[in-house]
Ligand binder design. Structure first.
Ligand SMILES: C[S@@+](CC[C@H](N)C(=O)[O-])C[C@H]1O[C@@H](n2cnc3c(N)ncnc32)[C@H](O)[C@@H]1O
Length: 398
């Protein structure tokens, strides 16, 4: 058995992202297939407790203590009073190396990282109450699809009546946690920059014109990654988001941080790329059409819309994509879309898909490159007024 484990470990250490995921999924399926009913129920029934344990351990700085100095005894961890180290060890978050003695693992290191800790807080604090409410909500609605983002599970879960992003803005601590997690969530995975031919398409671009606008770009991490990969990229790079996000955004040399509500006219005209990562997946089709309308109106004949989102297959959707899909439905009344759903939506918006570049295997993260069927501005407009910080319209439409 030990040699079998060593063999798997050796294969995994040499594997690329796709192969490594295949190994994990194969082992997972194997483990499920040999579970007894009692094993299955232990795994399923205690899922809430795992994230609660992680949340408590983060509050108590337990993972960071172990990640920086391992092993530590329970006595040494005494500052982390109240945390049940045995639980954390039993679900592999830390490793028991002797009696009352614990050490860090690769998982501890992950859980000691601020961005991943924000992920635990986001899923426990913001998504947890929504998951709890989901069975009751679906029973009440007779298991119908959730299509109104002001009337999904989030609202009764938090006793609110506004859509998620308005609520998040009203709760700066939750919003900051969410943004911090957004910056981290695809860390270590291939990105769109591994597949999209940016340098080929921009080598003749006028350096005074906007080249890349990250619409709803959060803290500006994609702009930073773009600049790091293409330091000599010709043209201006801009990240746009809501005021709280832009206030906390990275200060990347050569990147302009701009407050902009994407439910209002796009102020940067004629950019080469309008890029949106994980934006349209946050909204049902009717809201996406509004966002797209404002972008199309700003696009010139040289502009390309880059939609960075999952493009799901019609069957055998990866479990990680499926769980995100349900989370979006419950919190935002939105969906991860299949290729057919994307084509229908973009066609309705007046866009033609030029190419789809898929760059992750599990989530099927992809760049959908699309251009307007009809261009309303024929060339880039003069730049005046684009670089100043826009006044933020106080009411953000969902
Ligand atoms: C799922 S996050 C994606 C963030 C970033 N694009 C990324 O991939 O990490 C959605 C982003 O949209 C922003 N957002 C939500 N509503 C917005 C609006 N009306 N105008 C501009 N940005 C908005 C949020 O603040 C958040 O940064």
């Amino acid at each position: 058995m030990d040699s079998l484990f060593s063999q798997v470990r050796a294969s995994a250490s040499k594997a690329n992202e796709a192969e490594r995921k295949k190994i994990i999924d194969g082992l997972r399926d194997l483990a499920f297939s040999i579970e007894s009913p009692e094993d299955t129920m232990q795994r399923i029934m205690f899922q809430h407790l795992q994230i609660a344990g992680a949340r408590i351990a983060i509050d108590l700085n337990l993972f960071n203590m172990l990640a920086t100095s391992s092993p530590l005894t329970t006595r040494q961890l005494a500052q982390a009073k109240g945390a049940n180290e045995a639980l954390m060890a039993s679900v592999g978050m830390i490793k028991e190396t002797g009696q009352d003695t614990f050490a860090a693992t690769n998982i501890t290191q992950t859980l000691a990282t601020p961005g991943w800790q924000a992920g635990v807080r986001h899923y426990f604090d913001n998504c947890g109450p929504v998951f709890q409410k989901l069975p009751e909500f679906l029973a009440k609605t007779k298991y119908q699809a959730i299509t109104d983002n002001a009337k999904c599970v989030l609202q009764p879960a938090f006793n609110i009546n506004v859509p998620a992003f308005i609520w998040l803005q009203q709760n700066p601590a939750r919003f900051a946690t969410f943004q911090q997690y957004m910056m981290q969530q695809r860390e270590g995975m291939p990105t769109w920059l591994t597949v999209y031919p940016v340098s080929r398409e921009t080598k003749e671009w006028d350096p005074d014109r906007p080249v890349f606008v990250d619409v709803g770009g959060g803290l500006g991490h994609q702009c930073a990654a773009l600049k790091a990969k293409y330091p000599d990229l010709r043209g201006r790079v801009i990240v746009q988001d809501l005021p709280n996000a832009i206030e906390a955004a990275l200060s990347t040399p050569g990147v302009q941080n701009m407050v902009h509500d994407f439910f209002s006219p796009q102020p940067v005209k004629g950019a080469k790329y309008y890029y949106m990562r994980n934006i349209l997946h946050d909204y049902p089709d009717d809201k996406c059409l509004v966002i797209l309308k404002y972008l199309i109106a700003a696009m010139s004949k040289e502009s390309v819309l880059l939609i960075d989102d999952m493009v799901l297959p019609n069957s055998k959707v990866h479990w990680q994509a499926a769980q995100l899909d349900i989370t979006l439905m419950a919190s935002l009344a939105s969906v991860e879309r299949t290729k057919a759903q994307w084509l229908t939506l973009l066609d309705r918006a007046g866009l033609k898909v030029v190419n789809i570049y898929t760059y992750t295997v599990s989530l099927q993260d992809s760049i959908i490159a699309a251009v307007p069927k009809q261009v309303s501005i024929s060339k880039a407009l003069p730049d005046k007024g684009e670089t100043k910080k826009l006044d933020y319209q106080s009411k953000v439409r969902p």
